[in-house]
Design a protein around this ligand. Structure first.
Ligand SMILES: [Zn+2]
Length: 260
């Protein structure tokens, strides 16, 4: 994928010979595929390594930049939500800035990759983690509370495709898309939510330039999300300034903005 490595969309199914459990087979095949075909979208190197089994931190690490990655794979399309582990654990990781980046892999019945994208860790805020119902008293882990990752709530800037509809995306395009929002990593969690809302609004505007009036159209939607804030328009302008200072957009004057 780094120009020199050719991506093979098919899983190497021979390595799962002898295994019977479907979930175990899926895990072996998908992890093996990532190790052989993916690079680290943070630093761009082909240096992803497996953690030993059942490491609670993540599935892979990059031996160059030390990024941690967790892999979620499914035969169903990954557009709505994905089941993850314990709710409290995930929220604590986010609030302590220790959550990993996530890879999402969608594959076919024939064990070939359809979509493969990464969501950088700094796109995770508590509002995209959905608390599930506690397990019932008949379950082995009665009372345990899991969570869903609400992929549908992520801005498209936070879904960094390496493969989309079986097409391998250009390596430099991927790294540039990652860099464009990497400033979020230095933002405190409490500030990230507003920034992510604005990034989402800007992502949804299907042109490169836009006006302040177009962003103000989301005032009511934002009011519902931040009911305690009585100065939504002021907050919008302030957040646009932050996004300009971080290089995400530029101001062209007279209430006109441009995506960068
Ligand atoms: Zn790396």
């Amino acid at each position: 994928m780094v120009g020199k490595t050719k991506v093979i969309l098919n899983f190497n199914t021979s390595i799962a010979d002898g295994y019977n459990s479907k979930s175990q087979i899926a895990r072996i095949l998908t992890e093996d595929w990532v190790i052989r075909n993916s690079y680290c979208p943070n630093c761009g190197e082909n240096n992803l390594n497996n953690y030993m089994n059942n490491n609670p931190a993540a599935d892979f690490f990059c031996s160059r930049c030390s990024s941690d990655y967790e892999l979620k794979s499914s035969k169903s399309t990954l557009t709505n939500k994905v089941v993850d582990g314990a709710y409290e654990v995930m929220i604590n990781k986010i609030n302590s800035y220790t959550n990993p980046h996530f890879f999402f892999l969608n594959y076919s019945n024939e064990y070939t990759v359809n979509d493969f994208f990464c969501v950088p860790k700094h796109f995770f805020v508590p509002s995209i983690i959905e608390k599930r119902k506690p397990l019932t008293s008949s379950a082995r882990r009665s009372g345990w509370i899991g969570c869903n990752l609400l992929i549908k709530n992520l801005p498209s800037s936070g879904k960094i495709y390496l493969i989309q509809n079986r097409n391998v995306l250009d390596y430099h395009t991927v790294l540039n898309k990652w860099k464009r929002t990497s400033f979020l990593e230095a933002e405190e969690i409490k500030n990230r939510r507003w920034l992510l809302e604005l990034i989402s609004i800007i992502d949804n505007i299907p042109k490169n330039s836009f006006s302040l009036a177009e962003v103000y159209r989301y005032e009511e939607t934002l009011k519902l999300k931040f009911p305690k804030n009585n100065f939504i328009k002021e907050k919008i302008r302030q957040q646009l300034q932050v996004l300009r200072d971080r290089g995400f957009i530029q101001f062209n004057g007279n209430g006109s903005y441009q995506k960068k």
